[in-house]
Ligand binder design. Structure first.
Ligand SMILES: *Cc1c(COP(=O)(O)O)cnc(C)c1O
Length: 456
């Protein structure tokens, strides 16, 4: 490690310059507030994407709604719009206050992307959106479709035959592969998913049962993406969904914001200067949380405070943002192993595109240990009867870190919200879980129970 240079500087010199790296290397739980966070009006000017791009994505999803409703009956209740519920979790809030001996003011809401239809994770937003966009582009180019058509015509042999001339590829730790595999196969594309070592067997089995080609790697996510990209480039008519660099994925995720705003309004919850909103988003490569945070900032501006959550063993976004190195650095460069039970977050190198885009609008990041994720998992089952996968619990640790850690308290003071936190709404983004097989979920829960018992 000592002889490794990153951007012309030795690892130990980076550590000297950024003492936080010592804690990251020791895989401690940390809270980091972003020194480059800005007021919305100036921050947004640095970003190339804008609200029209998000609107465009929203309109596209509306055009596809009749098709989605037709081919995925579970989406009919919402007329083919892929959306998840948001629920209050007062029992969990009370429980967390008790075990952490901490007052956690404000209202706790859980955004249940764990229960998104089709693929049961936040990837049912960005991943599916990008497949649909690609399908629409192809069909428009070949004059098989106009923007005014009822898109349910795509559920036909004619369209499936057409799409079967094309292929789609993606690299994934599991959930993105699930979303893109299921959607692409449904439309008739040939689809290949390059899976990292973290990917769970049940996810690969499920995809194969739907006719998806799954290629497995013994390395981590970055390798799966790299190989997938190479493979796709060598094949004619193959479209590679690039999780590390895709503005389409990002915009597909960003559409979540206007839907959440409506849900929050329907619950008669106010968000304004006196009623701040805090949002905690589990982060892997960054597209999901980045897109959602971007969408929320466009709507709520300075009244929303967005934080990313990462496992202590995979803090790639925090590392990239804190050092300014973005995708030029991996956690492995600093001897951090990128091994975590949170498979959806097991990413060693963050997206440079997302890090640079979200930098002026992101309030901060924090890390959480696997043990804590398992404990939160079993506690959420016991208090609210909600089942999430380990990655998805990372958001629930946010308010604890924000209120307990010195850096968190400083953030609140610096942004004049210390006195208003009693009026706050906290949204923890529960990013996945409903597709986890029952036995696997039971094992997770047992593990959490054992860990809770050990501690108490
Ligand atoms: C992918 C994923 C995330 C994070 O999304 P990124 O776009 O990789 O940052 C969070 N939770 C779960 C369950 C996921 O599958």
């Amino acid at each position: 490690m000592r002889t490794i240079q990153i951007e012309g500087k030795y690892v130990q010199d980076w550590i000297k310059e950024y003492p936080l790296l010592n804690e990251l290397i020791a895989t401690k739980e940390v809270f980091w507030s972003n020194p480059k966070y800005e007021l919305f009006q100036t921050g947004i000017e640095k970003i190339l994407l804008n609200e029209n791009d998000v609107k465009d994505a929203e309109e596209r999803l509306k055009r596809f709604a009749p098709y989605i409703a037709k081919v995925f009956p579970e989406t009919r209740e919402l007329n083919g719009i892929i959306e998840s519920p948001i629920v209050q979790i007062p029992s969990m809030q009370k429980h967390l206050e008790e075990i952490h001996e901490l007052e956690l003011p404000g209202r706790f809401l859980l955004k249940c992307d764990s229960h998104l239809p089709i693929s049961g994770s936040i990837k049912a937003r960005g991943g599916i959106y990008e497949v649909l966009k690609h399908a629409e582009d192809l069909a428009l180019q070949h004059q098989l479709l106009t923007l005014q058509d009822d898109y349910s015509i795509m559920d036909s042999e004619q369209f499936r035959n057409f799409f079967s001339q094309y292929s789609i590829a993606v690299g994934s730790t599991g959930n993105l592969g699930l979303s893109i595999g299921i959607m692409s196969a449904k439309m008739g594309f040939n689809v290949t998913v390059h899976m990292s070592a973290d990917a769970k067997k049940w996810k690969k089995d499920l995809l194969r049962s739907k006719g998806v080609t799954v290629i497995e790697y013994e390395e981590d996510y970055s390798k799966a993406v790299e190989e997938g990209r190479k493979h796709a480039n060598s094949e004619p008519n193959c479209y590679f969904i690039d999780d590390e660099n895709s503005s389409n994925l990002f915009l597909g995720y960003a559409v979540a914001a206007s839907r959440v705003k409506k849900q929050v309004e329907d619950m008669n919850i106010t968000v304004d200067e006196d009623h701040p909103l805090f949002v905690y988003l589990p982060c892997g490569v960054g597209g999901g949380p980045g897109g959602v945070a971007f969408g929320l900032k466009l709507l709520y501006q300075d009244h929303v405070h967005c934080f990313f959550a990462e496992p202590t063993h995979s803090p790639c976004m925090l590392l990239g943002l804190a050092t300014g190195l973005h995708d030029k650095v991996s956690v492995q460069d600093f001897g951090i192993d990128n091994i975590t039970a949170a498979d959806g977050l097991a990413v060693g190198r963050a997206s440079g595109f997302v890090g640079k885009t979200i930098e002026p609008l992101l309030s901060g990041c924090y890390t959480v240990s696997d043990d804590e994720l398992y404990k939160l998992l079993s506690e959420l089952v016991d208090t609210e009867n909600i089942h999430l996968e380990p990655s998805a619990l990372a958001g629930l640790f946010g308010p604890i870190q924000l209120i307990k850690e010195k850096e968190g308290q400083e953030y609140l003071q610096n942004h004049h919200v210390t006195d208003r936190i009693k009026n706050a709404t906290h949204i923890m983004w529960a990013t996945g879980g409903s597709m986890v097989p029952t036995e696997t979920m039971e094992e997770y829960r047992k593990k959490g129970l054992e860990l809770s018992r050990k501690k108490n």
